[in-house]
Ligand binder design. Structure first.
Ligand code: SAM
Length: 287
């Protein structure tokens, strides 16, 4: 009977080449059957940290040869890996979590493999950015993955200002210790846009907090939480807001703070004049 080509071949008939294998972002069962076939059948599995990679292999009963390939080892290790590929070996690349190359090493290796004519195969699976996007409750039709914002406020604000006109949901990676400062800078630059903080996805303490940026920045759960985080920010609107939308945004912001702050937040989020919104906010307050 002819074999179904959409079913992965058994590991011993894998074609030679570089396999970019996605691994779980938390829950160790978030790995595909094909990923297990390929990891089990590869001549070598390159990973950022052999302890993390070893744990994953042990959890799935795989006995494989692991070798370190991280930011530091990459330059030295690359010629040897390219030699293996040129010699017809099957090389798998994984990262500590999620999809390799996504805020993780591998891009230069892929470029070099392609340049020397080696085959490169995607083995798709988990990635924190898509897991975050799917649960955020924000528009998914157009999004921009930004990765980690700069560590210092000046750099962050400059980047956010550059991103502010882009009509797409913005996706950032962030660590717990910088979450609050990043949210404060986002609220200052993006105003009261809707946003989500997705923490520890697929893990025991999975939490998704949704709301306007100033609300998230003030939420005590965003004060240096432990764990890994994706921040998602809604696009600014690309049409004139209706009078009702403006009023609704002002009423929501007025419930949280002083008139001037509310006017300023909504002005940034909707791209309107702060002076006009201040006047409208006073009217809504009955002043
Ligand atoms: N390659 C990975 C991927 O495909 O998602 C990302 C690697 S990057 C070095 C690690 C960052 O991804 C973390 O600091 C965090 O921002 C995000 N991340 C990874 N796992 C996560 C999870 N389970 N929940 C939320 N964010 C996560």
């Amino acid at each position: 009977m002819a074999r179904d080509p959409t079913v992965s071949p058994p590991p011993n008939v894998l074609a030679p080449g570089l396999y970019l294998v996605a691994t779980p972002i938390g829950n160790l069962r978030d790995i595909t059957l094909r990923a297990l076939d390929i990891l089990g059948g590869a001549d070598i599995v390159l990973c950022e940290d052999t302890r993390v990679g070893g744990k994953l292999m042990a959890a799935h009963g795989l006995k494989v040869k692991l070798e370190r390939y991280d930011e530091h080892a990459a330059e030295r290790a690359r010629p040897k890996i390219l030699g293996r590929l040129a010699g017809g070996e099957k090389v798998a690349l994984i990262s500590d979590a999620g999809t390799p190359l996504i805020s993780d090493p591998g891009y230069r290796l892929v470029r070099a493999a392609v340049a020397q004519g080696s085959s490169v195969f995607p083995v798709p699976g988990a990635s924190a950015l898509l897991a975050g996007l799917t649960v955020a409750g924000l528009p998914t039709d157009r999004f921009l993955f930004v990765g980690f914002p700069p560590p210092k406020s000046v750099g962050r604000r400059a980047l956010f200002a550059e991103l502010a006109p882009i009509r797409a949901t913005l996706i950032f990676y962030e660590g717990g210790s910088r979450l609050k400062d990043s949210l404060i800078d986002m609220a200052d630059v993006f105003g009261a846009r809707e946003a989500a903080v997705a923490r520890e996805l697929t893990k025991l303490h999975e939490t998704v907090i949704r709301g306007p940026l100033p609300v998230l920045a003030a939420d005590h759960r965003c004060d240096s939480p432990k764990g890994e985080i994706v921040i998602l920010v809604a696009p600014g609107i690309d049409r004139a807001a209706t009078a009702d939308e403006v009023d609704a945004a002002l009423v929501e912001a007025l419930a949280r703070g002083p008139t001037a702050t509310a006017a300023s937040e909504v002005a940034k989020a909707l791209g309107l004049s702060r002076r006009d919104l201040y006047a409208r906010a006073l009217a809504l307050r009955g002043e």
